[in-house]
Design a protein around this ligand. Structure first.
Ligand code: ACO
Length: 379
């Protein structure tokens, strides 16, 4: 029997390569479901840790199960001396995503990350924010802080980064932002993680690879671009429309708008918009939310919204929210990674449950029959 005819799909768009019960994105409605529950409902009623449990286990935890899960996270939150030395000795100008990727990778060398895939997953979820916050303080010359047993992931991160316990609402806001980034189908970083897991490699390796994929500007990064755009407008003499006239005139895209799947609106942006509004009203400084409204109004006026199918995406609002919580701009993509760790680990666990090695093919378009030329005869 001859080999089946290969199908050519550069970029793998619309190719189904896995079954998943984790997250469902419906671009038409539009909605995002985690294990069948609307992410907007979870954002309102649940927490990041409870959502991670849901993604891993398929059901919401009972109170007892959630307490047990929180205890597991608490036990693994601290990083070992080996990891903290790597993080604290990183150059001040190191790229935070590189530091996070290295810290996660290094954890399997120095830390007790457990034996089972699930223990590895708990380790990633618990330690990644600790390592990131430690880098944030070390590069400012501040002493790094141990995680506290009485705080959850979001509150602990803000405490370890800013050096003071956050107020409840700020911790809750970060928690919601992490929850809204927890999973999003088979995007590039999640696919990377699943490919690594499909070789029966470990979760730490899979998440390390996923962080590397998220670092690329075609994947993460627009939230940072939005904040940099707002700061540039604030510092320039131009108003929003003058700035955008020039930006679009140069053929650039406005960060925070457009999505490959959501054409009407991004349900995550719907939730974060209200939070961005609240944060803007309760924080001193420039009215970032007002500026975002002006950017949106400009694009509406330009008939780009709806007619071109571009509407605000999650990155439009997450940046100003993180900024107002004291998270440095170059930590915005790492924050995305911290949130997405729940989904990456859940997807890897799902891959292990029904694994088949991911091994596509490439069409060879190179030369054939080329003879070897000895080095002295080469021109
Ligand atoms: N600003 C201005 N115009 C835009 C934008 C934008 N942000 N996005 C799309 N358009 C225009 C395109 O120029 C195109 O116009 P044309 O028909 O005249 O050529 C039209 O809208 C359709 O654009 P596509 O490229 O077909 O849209 P696609 O679905 O391929 O792109 C993407 C989606 C990559 C997200 C794009 O909208 C973009 O680059 N946005 C800015 C970056 C950004 O915010 N990324 C974060 C996405 S959310 C996330 O990853 C978490």
């Amino acid at each position: 029997m001859s080999d089946p005819e290969p199908i050519r799909r550069i970029g793998l768009e619309n190719v189904i390569v896995a079954d998943t019960e984790l997250s469902h994105i419906d671009g038409e409605k539009p909605e995002l479901l985690y294990r069948g529950i609307d992410a907007r409902e979870l954002a309102e009623k649940s927490s990041y840790e409870e959502t991670a449990y849901l993604l891993w286990n398929g059901e919401l935890p009972t109170r007892e199960e959630l307490d047990g899960f929180r205890e597991e996270l608490t036990e693994r939150r601290a990083v070992s001396r080996g990891v903290s030395e790597v993080v604290e000795h990183a150059p001040d100008d190191a790229v935070p995503m590189d530091v996070l990727r290295t810290a996660v990778s290094t954890s399997s060398v120095y830390d007790d990350v457990g034996e089972t895939p699930r223990e590895n997953a708990v380790s990633v979820l618990a330690k990644a924010p600790t390592a990131l916050a430690a880098f944030g303080r070390a590069r400012e010359g501040d002493e790094t802080l141990e995680p506290r047993d009485d705080l959850d992931t979001a509150a602990n991160f803000l405490y370890m980064l800013n050096g003071e316990e956050p107020d409840d609402r700020h911790a809750e806001i970060l928690d919601t932002a992490l929850l809204l980034h927890a999973d999003h189908g088979l995007n590039a970083s999640t696919f990377t993680g699943r490919v690594i897991a499909s070789t029966e490699s470990d979760i730490i390796s899979a998440v390390t690879g996923a962080i590397g994929a998220l670092k690329g500007p075609l994947h993460g990064g627009a939230n940072q671009d939005v904040m940099e755009m707002l700061l540039a407008i604030d510092e320039s003499d131009e108003d929003v429309s003058g700035y955008l006239d020039e930006m679009l005139g140069r053929g650039e895209r406005v960060p925070g708008f457009g999505h490959r799947v959501y054409k009407e609106f991004d349900p995550r942006a719907e939730v974060l918009k209200e939070i961005a509004r609240e944060v803007s009203e309760t924080t001193d400084g420039p009215d970032w939310f007002g500026m975002l409204e002006e950017v949106e109004a400009y694009l509406r006026e330009e008939k780009r919204i709806h007619e071109k199918g571009i509407s605000p995406n999650v990155d439009l609002y997450s940046g100003t929210v993180y900024y107002s919580l004291g998270v440095p701009i170059d930590f915005f993509v790492p924050m995305f990674a911290v949130g997405r760790s729940a989904g990456w680990t859940a997807q890897v666990l799902e891959q292990y449950d029904d694994n088949r090695l991911v091994r596509p093919r490439a069409e060879y378009v190179g030369r054939n029959g080329v003879e070897y030329t000895p080095i002295d005869e080469r021109e």
